[in-house]
Design a protein around this ligand. Sequence first.
Ligand SMILES: [Zn+2]
Length: 310
Amino acid sequence: MREVFTNHTKALYPWMKNLSSRVYQYAFRNLGEAFKRFFKGLGKYPRFKKKGRSDSFTIDNCGKPIELNGWSHKLPFIGIVKTYEPIEATTKKITISRQAGDWYLSCSYEWNPTTTPKKTDVVGVDLGVKTLATLSDGKVFESVKSYRRFETKLSRMQYRNRNKEIGSANWRAAQLKIARLHIKVANIRKDALHKLTTYLAKNHGTVSIEDLNVSGMLRNHKLAKSIADQGFYEFRRQLGYKCQWYGSELVVVDRFFPSSKTCSHCGHVQDMPLNVRTYDCPECGLSIDRDLNASINLRDAVGLTVNACG
Ligand SMILES: [Zn+2]
């Protein structure tokens, strides 16, 4: 395969000569991995790359480590590159990718996380539609609703773009603007989620969350947009690795546990339609915010049922 590439394909595309051979080496290595996964039944048949579509490449320093320090970096084959954020890392290889006209640098490096002192033993977290998360100690993380905030702007941009000739310079410029807005929305969402999961994992010995049936909920269209907006899957993924980093335990409560329907004071169970925001218990007279009630139940469920992970 490599011979065919070097003797045949490379000759057809003069721009390929300008690239470092290390770039091709990683491209072939990735392709090999992709085929391995495909034959094991783990992945789909590899698809062709195309210039201009999810562009990325990987380089190394021929076995020597690459030192990244500060804002300005000397990269092998490329030369000096400046970044918007300071980086401090020693790594073996770097992947450079392009997203909506911006260039990103990513690498893996060793980092030893340390267990942090915990303020609270157990915290229950209820992920909401109205709010991002409600904690059993009463703390509330407001939802950023990043997508809805920019929804009108996005659809206006898409509408204005409707008559432009596909592939023309005007069309490309407009598409780039749209892509940038999409990334901005995603970044606002990411930031809020990272702040929440870091706070939870750093300050609590055990974090108890509900195992949400996200795909089932996404089929409910009224809820779908809010849930996609809040990124429940990503929440759980981040919490998983951050709990490992900071030495806390993640407990995932069975999805059939009636966290919203149960009174957190006396255990009475009643139906709670989504539009009812307050839990009013007819048994003990407790009147409490719906999400707070659910998060207290999740906290108290730790040690009762549950399959622990992380
Ligand atoms: Zn009650």
